[in-house]
Design a protein around this ligand. Sequence first.
Ligand code: XMP
Ligand code: MG
Length: 180
Amino acid sequence: MRLSEQPLFSEETIQARVRELAAEISLDYAGKPLVLVSVLKGAAVFASDLLRSLVIPAELEFLRAKSYAGTQSAGTILLHHVPGEELKNKDVLLIEDILDTGETIAAVLEKLRAHKPVSLAVCVLLDKPHRRAADISARYTGFRLNPRTSSDELFVVGYGLDYDEAYRGLRAIYTLHETR
Ligand code: XMP
Ligand code: MG
C-alpha cells in the first residue's frame, strides 16, 4: 500500500474546518453542560483539536471501539470503557473520525443512550455517505468523501486515522492505494 503524493485534505484545510465546526458547536451548546465523547483511537486527534477550539466549557470522555482490521470491516464492534454516570444530565456529543457504514456509531449511540443524557448528537470529521448501512446521520460533518472522485474505494489515513496502526500522526489526510 502507498500514500497519495498530495493530501486529500491539507493541515490548513482541516484546521480551518475544525474551527468552523467548533464555532457552530459553541453557539449550539452555549450554556449547556456539554460532554464530548471521543471514540478511540481514530477520533482522538480530531477531538483534542475540536475541544481546544471551543469557546464554551466542555468535558471530555473517551471510549474504545474496535471494528476494523486493515481496510476491511471485521463485522463485530467491540466497545470498552464506555462512560456511564459521567453522561447523566449532560448534553453529549459523540466525536468520531469517520462515518462509514454507520455500524460503529449505531452501536456506540445505543450504549450511550442507556445512560440517559439530556441530548445525544454526532460529530464526525469525515463521512462516506455512499457506504451507509445503518440509519445514522451526523449533526456536524467536517468533510464528505465522494467515491466518484476516485477510481477505487477511498481509504484515508492521517490526522488520527490509521492503516494497521500506521499514519495516525500525519497532520494532513491522505488516500491509501494498492501498490501495483
Ligand atoms: P463504520 O463502518 O462502523 O466504520 O461506520 C467506522 C470506522 O471504520 C473505520 N474506517 C476507516 N478508517 N480510513 C480509516 O483509517 C478509512 O477510510 C476508514 N473508513 C472506515 C474507522 O475506524 C471508523 O471509526
Ligand atoms: Mg475509528
